[in-house]
Each structure stands twice: as C-alpha cells, then as structure tokens.
Design a protein. Structure first.
Lengths: 371, 301
C-alpha cells in the first residue's frame, strides 16, 4: 500500500451539519467535512451507508434538509448540477449510447467559447490522457468496461472541473484491471491537480489511493484521517474491523501511579500509553486490538524482541507469499489471526502444534469494551 | 443414422425447437398473408372479362389507368394526407403523455396509467366511431353544447362527413398505439444519462433535446409506422364519418372489387398503395436509425 503525503491546499469544499432524510430514513447525519484543493479524498463505507447520497449532494443531484454545502466558499443550496464546478464519473459510467466516443467526450464543451476544431482537439487530448488515443470515432456501445470508464473520465476531465466526483468507478472491473486503473487514477490526479472525491466500499482501494479517507457508517462519518492513521489508530472497533483485519482480546485497564496498565486475556499485563487509545483511555472493561502482522510466531531458537505468549495453532491458511495462522492463546476461546511472510527457509507450521507468539505492547490499540 | 434418428435429433436441437415454435404462426402467416398478397399481385396484371372470368394474359393496362386517372391519384393523395396528418397529430400528442407517464409518474403507479390508457380498447372500434358520430354530428354533443353556451349561432357542419372527422376519429383511435412504443423507448433510457448531461453543464431543455429525444427516436419511429401504415388503408372510418369528400383509397379498392367488379384494377390500386407505404416506412426507419446513432439494436450494459 502506498502512503503518500501531500500538502493539501485551502479548503475547496466545506460541508457543515448536512442532514438528509429519505422519508423516515435518516440518510445523512451531521456531515462535517473540509476537503482541500488538489486533495484525493475518499468516502469509504459498507453498502447502503450513504456514500452515493453524499456524493450526489455535492454534485447537486440531491436536496438536503439542513446544513451547508459550500464550494470555493460559495453556498451551493439551490444551485443545479449544471451550474456547479463539479463533474461526476457515474457508477454505471453513463456513456451516451447514441454518440461516438469523441462526441461523448466533447458533450460538455457545447457552450464553451472554443472553435469547433479546438473542441475536437481538446476532446482528443482528453482521450489521449486516459489512454484511448484513436478511439474517438468508435461507437460508444462498442467499448469494454474499462474503456467506458476511461471515456467517462475523459468526458469529465475535458471540462477542467474544480472537483471530480467518482462513484465506485472501478467496482465493475476485474481485479487486475482495477489495480492498474488505481495507479493510473493516482497519476492522473497528480498530473491535473484537480480535487478528486472517490466513493468506494473497498478499503484497500481507499488506502492505496487517498490522501484522506472518511469512513461512513449509517449516514454518519465516524472517522476522517489519512490512510496510515486510519489503519494504525482506528477510533472504534467498528472502523478497525472495516479497515483490514484486526484481532480483539478482552482486557481491563487500571491506573497506577500515573501509568495505565492493561491486563489482556492471553497476553498478561502491560503498560499502555494514552496514544494507544484513539478514543480516550477506557478505564475498567476494555478491548485490545492488534493487526495480524504485528505478531510473529517464534521458531526454534528464536527469542521474542519484546514479549512472548504461549499459544496453540488452530488453523493454517497458505497464500503463497503469506501464511495465515489462527492461534489460540491460553485462557482465550476465540482464536486470533497472525500473518507471516513466507521468506525463504521459513517452514509452514503444523495445525495443533504448540507455538510461541512474540508481541509488542506498542502495537496494541485499546478501545472501550462497548464501542 | 436412420431418417427417424435424424428427425429426432433435429427436433431436439435449438434450431428445431425454434422452428416448431414459429411454425404455427409461420403457417398462419403464409396462408392468410403471403398467399393473398401474391394472389393480389398476380391479379393486378389480369383483365376482368365477366363476373368470375379473367383474361389471364399479362397486361400493364391497370397500372396505366391507376396512375393516370386523376380520381385515383386524388384518392391516393388524400389518403396520404389524412394518414400523414393523423400520424403527426397522434405522435405529437402521444409524446407528452408517454413522457409524463415515464418521467412524471411514480414507478409503482406506471402500470395503472398504462392500464388506463388502454381503456378505449375495451369497446369495439365501430362503437367508438359511432360515438364520434354522436359527438360531431349536426345535432351532436359538440354542436348542442356550443349552441347552449352561445358560442355559435347554428350548428357547425364542417366537423362531420368530411376529412376532418376522419382525422379526428382516427387520431383518437390510434393514440394508445402511439403512446405505448414511445413510453417503452423512454422507459429504456438510463436515467443516469440524463444526470450525466446535467452534470456536464446542460439545462433541462438541452438535456431533453440532446439525450432524451435521440434516445426516444426508435420509439417515435415505431409509433409513426404503427399509426401511419394501418390508417392509410383504413376504410371503415371514412365510410362512416367521412362523407363523400372524406373517402380514401381503401374505399375505392373495395368499390372496385365488390361493386364495379373490376378486381384487377382494385388489386392494382392495392399494390400501388402498399408500395408507397413501404417506401415511406423504409425512409422513416432509416431516419430513426440515424437519429439514434445506429443504436436501435442491442445496447451493451
Ligand atoms: N431515492 C431514495 N429513496 C429512499 N431511500 C434511498 C434513496 N436513495 C438511497 N436511499 C437509501 O439511502 C441509503 C444510502 O444509499 P446510498 O445509495 O447513498 O448508499 P451507498 O453507500 O452508496 O451504498 P452502495 O455502496 O451500495 O452504493 C440506503 O439505505 C438507501 O436504501
Ligand atoms: Mg453507491
């Protein structure tokens, strides 16, 4: 996963206290967002959480009950989609079937002051940018899914919008194509410097592509951070569970002489810092979480760098480059997952074998028991 | 492999099943459509010599007569004019209705609306024509209504037993036929295309002109053909509400066959009428295809 840091410009899009209902259904709850100039921003969440609704609200296709949507400090209430400095790549691409590829790309240029030849040139340049040079005369319905998606991109980019809105643009593509397009999109975004807002339910895609990610559940933004923070310091168990895999163990936390001590089932007692508790230190009942790659299984003769805990291997899943082990710590019913890179010379361990697990107190994230 | 095996295999194959499925219809069409058509075509080159006797030597005399006699030409032109106007009126009025049902009605109420549109079909066509007679007649609903409110001093006479009455009656009768194909074409339009057009900066009106209308073109063409083709050959309506000045080519064909006992000339007029309709229909289909960017066929999802 690439993590790239870019200084993001001043806020281009501001959402304040946006609320929306579909009848009785509360689709958007108190949405507050600031998205910077040139930022690659993602909206991530499970199906039905309101990502598309939020994107369409920004695009001007959806009314909202209250709150403000501002683009370049201008209130967008009552401004129709055709008057907003945004363009959208629809989930279904929405390529006009009665027009050629070039006509599709040039669709939005009708009112521009350019001459006919300049418009054609601009459309052809946009096609070249998305790697579809020479496809202009093709009928729109004679394109593959990936090509349609590029046409949709070119059609939006040719208008040089301030904001490009993308609604799960890659979900219809196969895995290989998707990964390729992810890289191309990132490159393109850097090249044109336009603010991208991407909707996705694929956490990996969001982590790979975004400068910042807003995680949505049930119409609410529960956390908005850059990918690394989101992965390392999720604010709730739910976010932790949604982004990658996280193991959870029950624990109790107490304060002793200005320090916090967590007593974790299967791992024993350890000191934790306030840093490790993204939602505040939960004294008393708590849950401790850790990513599979922060633990390692110790082989004969190896010693733990920090701490060691005895366990039993319950399940082995071999992935070629990686092996996943489900191991049970002593006194814990639920197995936890450990991922090990299959470096040369490292054998795959057997199911049922006793194992020693090396872990670091610093890798733990502590949540309240109920969150 | 025996013949029986071959037959069995054929009937199980997809092609065989398809043949069996279409064969009743195909037979029916062959017997009741193709055979009479060929007969008409053949007869048009004969000469009638008696009540049931024909001179079967090949002659183009009928065609010469049909194409030169001003009476036939006038009837043909009137038929074209009437069905052209009926088509225009019907399609122009049907489009907004179809548009409204497709875009303005909640999805769950659409089938109810379509159901309501088909209600006129619940009564026979003849009864509907007679109804128009009652409405448009000298002492009809329209005239007495207008008289009662004082809008006119004496009954209007230009609304029955002339071409106008034929046009009004036919336009009413064919409205549902025009609404349905346009409605289907509008329903097929992916709504995100309209949003995409708005998103790309076009207003509602321009979106309608640049996206909705071209994509609805196949439906409009279908509606035009569905109304135009049968109305040009209609003879019941002109007979009942048209009066002498509202007669059309089909009435003349009927007269030639049944009254004047000149079946070959009637057949000739029929062949010519079919040719004209065919040419116009083909031109329209090509136009529609062009409007839809050659995409009337399978659209990939
Ligand atoms: N027009 C509508 N009328 C009523 N409810 C709607 C409407 N559009 C969306 N919803 C509801 O609002 C919620 C959010 O929908 P939305 O399309 O924003 O989800 P999403 O996060 O984009 O999901 P997905 O990943 O499946 O596309 C859903 O529960 C949906 O059922
Ligand atoms: Mg969605």
């Amino acid at each position: 996963m690439t993590i790239k840091k870019k200084p993001s410009g001043p806020a281009l899009i501001t959402l304040q206290k946006v609320e929306k209902h579909y009848g009785d259904y509360h689709a958007l709850r108190d949405i507050n967002l600031e998205i910077g100039q040139g930022e690659f921003f993602s909206l991530l969440g499970p199906s039905g959480c309101g990502k598309t609704t939020l994107l369409r609200t920004i695009a001007g296709f959806e009314d909202y009950d209250s709150g403000y949507v501002m683009i370049s400090s201008k209130d967008m209430r009552g401004v129709p989609a055709n008057k907003r400095p945004t363009n959208m790549v629809f989930q279904s691409y929405a390529i006009f079937p009665h027009l050629t590829v070039l006509q599709n790309v040039a669709f939005g240029l009708r009112k521009s002051a350019m001459s006919k030849a300049e418009k054609t040139k601009a459309a052809e340049d946009a096609l070249e940018m998305v790697g579809l040079k020479g496809y202009g005369h093709r009928a729109a319905h004679a394109l593959s899914g990936g090509q349609r998606q590029r046409v949709a991109l070119a059609r939006a980019l040719v208008l040089k919008p301030k904001v490009l809105l993308l609604d799960e643009p890659l979900s219809a593509l196969d895995r290989k194509m998707r990964e390729q397009m992810q890289v191309e999109l990132i490159k393109l975004q850097r090249e044109v410097g336009i603010t991208f807002i991407l909707v996705t339910h694929d956490q990996e895609e969001a982590l790979v592509m975004s400068d910042r990610i807003a995680v949505m559940f049930e119409g609410e933004i529960v956390q908005c951070d850059d990918p690394e923070v989101l992965y390392r310091k999720p604010k709730s168990k739910r976010v932790a569970d949604f982004i990658g895999v996280m193991n959870f163990l029950p624990a109790t936390v107490r304060e002793e002489g200005g320090k916090y001590i967590a007593s974790v089932a299967g791992l024993g007692e350890t000191e934790i810092t306030g840093e490790q508790c993204p939602a505040g230190v939960p004294l008393g009942e708590a849950t401790v979480g850790f990513r599979p790659e922060t633990l390692t299984l110790l082989y004969e003769g190896q010693t733990a760098t920090h701490r060691e805990a005895p366990a039993t291997i319950e399940e082995v899943v071999y992935y070629g480059d990686m092996t996943y082990y489900d191991v049970k710590f002593e006194g814990v019913d639920k197995p936890v997952r450990i991922s090990m890179r299959n470096i040369f010379g490292r054998d795959v361990l057997d199911v049922g074998a006793p194992a020693r697990v090396s872990w670091s107190p610093g890798a733990l994230v502590v949540f309240g028991a109920g969150e | 492999m025996t013949f029986g095996d071959k037959m069995r295999r054929f009937f199980r194959s997809e092609q065989g099943v398809g043949m069996m499925l279409v064969s009743p219809t195909a037979l029916y069409a062959l017997l009741l459509l193709a055979v009479p058509l060929v007969a008409i075509f053949v007869i048009s080159f004969w000469t009638q010599t008696g009540v049931r006797d024909f001179d079967t030597t090949f002659t183009l005399a009928n065609y010469k007569e049909a194409l030169t006699d001003p009476l036939y030409r006038q009837l043909m032109l009137r038929s074209l004019m009437v069905s052209g106007l009926v088509t225009l009126i019907t399609v122009v009025l049907a489009f907004p209705i179809a548009y409204f049902v497709s875009f303005g009605v909640k999805p769950e109420h659409k089938s109810l609306w379509i159901f309501l549109i088909t209600i006129p079909f619940w009564t026979s066509y003849l009864i509907r024509v007679f109804l128009w007679k009652v409405i448009l007649g000298y002492n009809g609903v329209l005239n007495s209504g207008l008289l009662a409110v004082g809008a006119i001093d004496e009954p209007l006479s230009f609304i029955l037993y002339n071409v106008n009455a034929v046009i009004i009656t036919l336009a009413h009768a064919y409205a549902p036929f025009a609404i349905l194909p346009i409605f289907v074409a509008l329903e097929k339009i992916d709504r995100s295309l309209l949003e995409a057009s708005r998103d790309l900066g076009e207003s509602r009106t321009m979106t309608f002109l640049r996206v909705t209308l071209p994509l609805a073109a196949p439906g409009v063409v279908a509606a035009v053909l569905i109304v135009f083709i049968p109305t040009i050959g209609d003879y019941v309506t002109p007979r009942l509400v048209g009066g002498p000045g509202g007669l059309m080519i089909a009435n003349m064909i009927q007269t030639q066959f049944l009254r004047l006992n000149n079946a070959p000339l009637g057949a000739t007029l029929a062949v010519l009428a079919m040719l004209i309709v065919a040419v116009i229909a083909i031109v329209f289909m090509l136009l529609g295809n062009k409007a839809a960017g050659g995409n009337t066929g399978g659209r990939r999802k």
